[in-house]
Design a protein around this ligand. Sequence first.
Ligand SMILES: C[S@@+](CC[C@H](N)C(=O)[O-])C[C@H]1O[C@@H](n2cnc3c(N)ncnc32)[C@H](O)[C@@H]1O
Length: 216
Amino acid sequence: MASKIARSVKDLENIDIVPSVPIDGVIRPGDDRLYFDPVLRRKYYNYYFSYGRYFRPTKVYEMGVRTGYTAYYILSGAAGSVKKYRGIDLESYLHGSSAHAMALLSKVCSDVRVHTGNSHALKSLDDCYDLIHVDGDHTYGGKLQDLRLALDSLAPDGVIVVDDCSPIGLKAPIYKAVKTFVAEHDLKMRWFHPLCGSAQNAIDGHALLMRPPKPK
Ligand SMILES: C[S@@+](CC[C@H](N)C(=O)[O-])C[C@H]1O[C@@H](n2cnc3c(N)ncnc32)[C@H](O)[C@@H]1O
C-alpha cells in the first residue's frame, strides 16, 4: 500500500531551504568537488536535507546512488520518517560505490538496499514510493526513461526530485527531458533555478515534480 507524504502539491512553493548542513564525517573529500568550496556546498546537500525535512517521506527510491550522499541528506532531513530506502546504480562513476552507500545509509535508515545494475533494465520498481530521486543516466533519452519508471511507481501525492536540471551547458538535455515530461504528464514543477541570484539557486538546478491535485 502507498504511504502518505506529509505535503501536497500546493506546498511545492513553500519549501524552506536550510542554509547549510554539516558534511565532515559524511562526505569523503576526494569524492566531491563541493567539499572544498564553502559557497557551493551551501547550494547542494542542504537542499536534499530540506526536501527530506519538508516532505517527511516514508519510502524513498533513488536512481543513481553513487556513494549515497544525496540520499544520506534526504534521510537525515526526514529524521526517522523513512522506513524503506531502495536505490540502483551501475557503478559507472565509482567502483564499489554501492557498498559505501549501503554502509552510510544504514546509519540513518534500518531498511536499506542498493542494487548494482542498470535502471533501464527495470520494467517497474518493487513498490510504490513517495519520494523518488532521479539522478542516474544524464542523457535526454535515458532521463526520460527513468522519469517514466519513476512516475509509474510514484505514490499519488508523491514527489520526484531531479538533479542537474539546468537549461545551459552539459545539463541542458536533462532540463529538456524534464520539460518534455512535465508537459506530457501535466505535472506541477518547482524549479530551484541555478541561474537566479536569490538564495534559492541550487547548484546545477533541481526540479521537483508532483501530480496536480485531483478535482473534487
Ligand atoms: C551524478 S551520480 C549520482 C550522485 C549520487 N546521487 C550521490 O549522492 O552522490 C550518477 C550515478 O548514476 C549512475 N548511473 C548512470 N546511468 C545509470 C543507469 N542507467 N542505471 C543506474 N545507474 C546509472 C552512475 O554510475 C553514477 O553513480
